[in-house]
Design a protein around this ligand. Structure first.
Ligand SMILES: [Zn+2]
Length: 320
């Protein structure tokens, strides 16, 4: 029996969760076009002319130039304003459920979802096959699901969960956004703030998964990916495939990332996905740094909730 055709994968997760590596692995597995963070197309793509994943400036990339219409180019500022408005969960929910008290927001929301519908239709037309959107932000996924509700069966939401300690440690370091023309810094947070943000982020995804995206989702654990030695078994649409770990080469995949992959220039020509080194020392350091870390607690709860439904298993496929 032919597997169900999936045309769009949406990656959800906190930033610095390993989503770019997962995006590349998925592109490799599915022959999909990896598009990075599509939600930034109006700001970082059209307005700021950031470097595309293919290595060209956004304005010189044939893929995006063939996808973005003149009308969208001219209205990029207003469209990004809509994006920013509905990245705010309070405004998103007011627009969805409070049309009577917030008619203006509800009107803007229907304009936004209409624009998203149009954007993804022109992306589909430009791509020969499935796409991967690494927008990550959970509230954006609700707008996308509303925009594309007519083919929700063709949407798969991939929740990338990395252990809280590594994410929070990464957030505490400042990092350059390599693809930006101005080489701007990614936001960095003090440890306490990072823990609070991570916890809100992961739990909001969990709630969104439970209430909005019930049918089409699966989890990928970045840590399982890193811990596996040699091979992983991944189930997509009920079809299990083996993924060999080692070198993954960017030239194997169509890659037109709008944003969100600051390391990609370093990856050009090959990226290595290998088992993690023993992490006991870093965990100990972290516990010493923040006793009774709420991130540890949140991570433990999340693991307990998700573990049973994790369709990715580490190690060679056991055939059981
Ligand atoms: Zn490109």
């Amino acid at each position: 029996m032919e597997p169900a055709v999936t045309s769009r994968y949406f990656i959800l997760g906190a930033s610095r969760s390993g989503s770019s590596i997962v995006e590349l692995a998925l592109a490799d597995l599915t022959s999909a076009t990896a598009l990075g963070e599509v939600r930034w197309v109006y700001k970082r793509g059209i307005q700021d002319n950031d470097i595309c994943g293919c290595g060209q400036d956004f304005a010189d990339c044939d893929f995006w130039q063939g996808t973005i219409t003149e009308d969208v180019r001219e209205n990029a500022k207003d469209l990004d304003h809509l994006r920013a408005t509905f990245d705010n969960p309070l405004k998103l929910f007011a627009a969805k459920y409070g049309a009577v008290i917030a008619p203006r927001l509800a009107k803007d929301y229907s304009a936004y979802t209409a624009e998203l519908r149009r954007l993804y239709a022109s992306i589909d037309a430009a791509c020969d096959g499935p796409i991967i959107d690494n927008s990550k932000r959970p509230y954006y996924s609700i707008a996308v699901a509303d925009a594309l509700c007519t083919d929700v069966g063709n949407l798969v939401f991939v929740h990338v969960v990395r252990n809280s300690i590594d994410v929070v440690r990464s957030w505490a370091n400042s990092k350059v956004r390599e693809e930006s023309q101005s080489k701007e810094m990614m936001p960095s947070y003090c440890a306490a703030k990072a823990i609070v943000f991570w916890t809100i982020y992961v739990f909001s995804q969990l709630l969104i998964r439970l209430y909005f995206l019930r049918k089409s989702h699966f989890y990928l654990s970045f840590d399982d990916l890193k811990a596996a030695s040699g091979q992983l078994s991944v189930s997509i649409d009920g079809v299990t495939q083996d993924v060999a770990l080692g070198e993954m080469y960017l030239d194997k995949v169509d890659y037109h990332s709008v944003s969100g992959n600051p390391d990609r220039s370093r990856w050009a020509g090959g990226v290595s996905v290998r088992p993690s080194k023993a992490r006991s020392k870093t965990i100990k350091e972290w516990i010493w740094y923040i006793p009774l870390s709420p991130a540890l607690l949140a991570n433990a709860v999340l693991k307990a909730l998700c573990r049973s439904s994790l369709p990715i298993s580490s190690g060679a496929s056991q055939g059981s």
